[in-house]
Structures are given as C-alpha cells and as structure tokens.
Design a protein around this ligand. Structure first.
Ligand code: HAM
Length: 425
C-alpha cells in the first residue's frame, strides 16, 4: 500500500460533526446582517497580486511574506486572497456599485495566509466579512460595532472585549510617523532586529511588538492620539458617544494599529482571553481612502471580518453545541415492503411540515437502529413496525429523557412532535 497523501499544513478538513456548529454560526450571522440591511456579494478567491499590494500595503507582513502568489499559465502574477476587503472593493468598483451610493455588503469564505500554523492560526481560514460604502459619519462605525455585538448575543457567546482606537487621516499619520521614527532612532540600540527593520518600512507596527523587552520603550513612545487631526478627534468622540449611549463597553487601546495599511480613523477588535495567543475573533475599521486608491471615485467605507475558526473554537469552549441544526427525529424501520413504504411516506410528510428527520436506511435489528438514533443527536426515535401499521400508529421513544414509550396515530404525529419540541425549547 502506498503512503496516504496528507493535507497541506495549516489547511484543515471540516467534518460533518464540526459543521453543525459552523452552520449555526453562519445562519445566525446571515440573519443578523440581514436585519441591518446587508446583502451578500461573492467575488473570486484568486485576484491579481497587484490588488493586494496596492491595498493591504507593500511593507505589511501579509504582502511581504504571507501571500500564496503564483504565476498562471499566461505568466500573470496571481494571489489566493489573504482577506476580503480588497476583492470586495475591486468588485464594487468594477460593477459600478460604489459610485454615489450607499452599499452594505457581506461575504463569507476561505482566505489564505502563509503564517506559522498554531492553535487559532491557520493557512486556510474562513472569514465572514462586512463592508459598507458611501457613509463617512461615525454612526456607521457604531452600527458595525452594534451589529457585531448583536451577533455575539444571538450566538450566546460571552466574554468578548471590544478595543477601539483612531488612526486619524493619512496625513496626520504621516506626520506622527516622523515623530515616532525620530523617537525610535534615539533608542535604536534598545530595539530588536524585527523592530529595526520596521523602523524604515512600517514604524507604527513597532508599537504592536509583543517583545517584553520593548514594552517600556513602547509605553514611553509619543502617542498617535496626541497627533490626530481635529476632524478625526471629533469623529472618534462622536463614535464613543454613540457607543456609550447604546451601552456598549469598550477599551481605548492607543496601541491598536492593525496589520493592514488601508485603515484611517476608527479601528476596532473583539478579543477573547480564552483562546491563548490568537485572541482576536473579529477586527476591522474605517478605510476612507481605499476605493480611490484602487481606482474608484473617492468613497468613504468601513467594515470588519470575523474569523470563523476562532469563533467556533470559542463557541465550543463555551459549550455551545451545533446540535440545534441536527435531526430532531430518527426514523427506525422494522420490516420491509409495506412497513418501509409507509415509514418513508410518513417521514416525507413530517419533513413537509418542517421537521428535520434522519431516516434509517438498510434495515437491521431494533437495537442497532436505536444505537444509531442515539448517535444522531435526535431527540426522538420514531419506530414503524408490522403491529403498529395495522392500526396506523407508530411508537415514539424519547432518547434524551427517561420516559415510557408512547404509541401515536399517524395523523397525530405532527401535533405530538410540535408540542414536545416546543416544550423543551
Ligand atoms: P484581519 O484582522 O487580518 O482583518 O482578519 C480578521 C479576522 O480574521 C481576525 O480577527 C481573525 O479572527 C481572522 N484571522 C486572520 N488571520 C487568521 C489566520 N491565519 N487563521 C485564523 N483566523 C485568522 C482583515 O482581514 C480585514 N479585511 C478586516 C476588515 C474588513 N477590515 C475592514 N473590512
């Protein structure tokens, strides 16, 4: 036997038992997003490399060392999307969705980054992303944050903490950058190799360094908040006021700079302490310059993306199961011919009424069928046999509670399940 081929490191299979929880999160997200008027958009997984260079930024970690870039057969440089904002903006411009209009869009799907894999960090991972165009005022920033907070509530996820910051306009940031570089140069001896490299390319990222030896130096560095332009300060103050009024708790983190270059003004992250080092579950912000930078008419925009791997891991840690999406009833069949035909017909009828039913195909003993029923996660086993058939009845066993079996007439089945399933929530 030859050696089995394995998946690429950092790229995971998603198995049916995991996907029930994924589906639950995806469906909940879809309905929360729809409640705010966001509509789905789909765009390719592969784009021209140039798109990511121009949007995410030449000297970011993503573009410098994490992209899956290759030449196609025409010799064009293409890249597997490392994130969704760039592709969404490209699609928006190309299809005339952005000019002079308000658009609220969402997308979902796989993203690719050649990072060092570890818990919560993968090379293929999945995002649900949201992008809104055409609104410059901070009520949009507040809407995005409120919408994400509603999603955590709808999912029953607890303990996520919100961090916000303002990066100001590009001009304010450029002025601050010079002040920061001057400061860091005065302390060049104390910097580590990574920070020295960033000093010339992307000095704001030095503030993000996790190196404990640098924390004192970073804490004493000049703060971006002291160099923001007046309009950005006012924008940020209004956002905070809207969040306060809505009762959303947050922490201002002056060191939150994000790893993508397109942001201006608001940036935010939802963070958990329960997942170890990879604590950012959802992140985003405003990017008012990007549409123009990618060749469209100047259009303000803001958005966020959540990481589905991290969110499902957190949901699983908090014991939120995906069983809600699994079968409610498992149909067991004891016999062939008429019994089987009746069972199939009854199962079809109950599905039409809205029940989720797993049907036992292939026969076998009652014991083995009930074992499968138990494993399916269904609440009830619905059993069809010769004796019951004569009276147009079936037997129901509650698989999750210690209760006597009941015999129920076919035309009472739906009432029975409706009442019992409702009673247990
Ligand atoms: P990002 O912070 O790079 O932002 O990614 C957003 C989220 O995707 C992260 O908070 C994390 O949950 C998840 N994520 C990122 N990288 C990985 C990875 N290697 N493995 C697992 N999960 C990961 C963006 O991508 C921006 N496009 C967000 C945005 C949309 N900003 C404005 N609009």
């Amino acid at each position: 036997m030859s050696k089995a081929i394995q998946a690429i490191r950092g790229m995971n299979d998603l198995l049916p038992e995991q996907l029930t929880l994924w589906h639950r999160i995806e469906h909940t997200a879809e309905s929360v997003l729809a409640a705010y008027g966001y509509r789905e958009i789909r765009f390719p997984i592969v784009e021209k490399t140039e798109l990511y260079r121009r949007s995410i930024g030449e000297v970011t970690d993503i573009v410098e060392k994490e992209m899956y870039t290759f030449e196609d057969r025409n010799g064009d440089s293409l890249t597997l999307r490392p994130e969704g904002t760039a592709g969404c903006v490209r699609a928006g411009i190309e299809n005339g969705l952005l000019y002079n209009q308000v658009q609220r869009l969402w997308y979902a799907g796989p993203m690719f980054r050649h990072e060092r894999p570890q818990k919560g960090r993968y090379r293929q991972f999945h995002q649900i992303g949201v992008e809104a165009f055409g609104i410059a005022t901070p009520d949009l920033d507040a809407e995005l944050i409120l919408m994400s907070a509603r999603l955590w509530r709808a999912l029953g996820i607890q303990g996520l903490e919100l961090e916000i910051n303002s990066l100001g306009t590009a001009a304010a940031r450029a002025a601050y950058r010079q002040v920061l570089v001057d400061y860091l140069r005065r302390h060049i001896e104390e910097l580590d190799e990574d920070s020295r490299r960033r000093l010339d390319t992307n000095p704001l990222r030095v503030l993000d360094s996790k190196n404990p030896a640098l924390q004192e130096l970073i804490n004493a560095a000049p703060s971006l908040a002291d160099h923001l332009d007046d309009e950005s300060l006012e924008h940020f103050a209004q956002l905070r006021d809207l969040l306060d009024t809505a009762g959303v708790k947050y922490r201002i983190n002056p060191r939150l700079v994000r790893g993508l270059d397109y942001y201006s003004r608001t940036v935010f992250e939802w963070i958990t302490r329960e997942l170890g080092a990879q604590g950012a579950v959802c992140a985003g912000g405003r990017y008012d310059g990007l549409v123009e930078q990618l060749g469209g008419q100047a259009t303000p925009a803001a958005g966020f993306a959540l990481g589905l791997e991290r969110l499902t891991e957190l949901a699983a840690l908090q014991n939120l199961s995906g069983m809600e999406g699994g079968p409610q009833v498992y149909v067991a069949v004891l016999g062939n011919g008429r019994v089987l035909r009746t069972a199939l017909a009854q199962a079809e009828r109950l599905r039409s009424e809205g029940l989720r039913i797993e049907f036992h195909c292939g026969g076998g003993s009652l014991k083995s069928q009930l074992k499968r029923a138990d494993r399916s996660g269904a609440r009830f086993a619905l059993m069809f046999g010769e004796n019951e058939l004569v009276k147009s009845e079936a037997t129901i066993k509650d698989l999750r509670r210690d209760a006597p079996q009941e015999t129920v007439a076919f035309d009472r089945l739906m009432d029975f399940f409706r009442t019992r399933l409702r009673a247990s929530g």
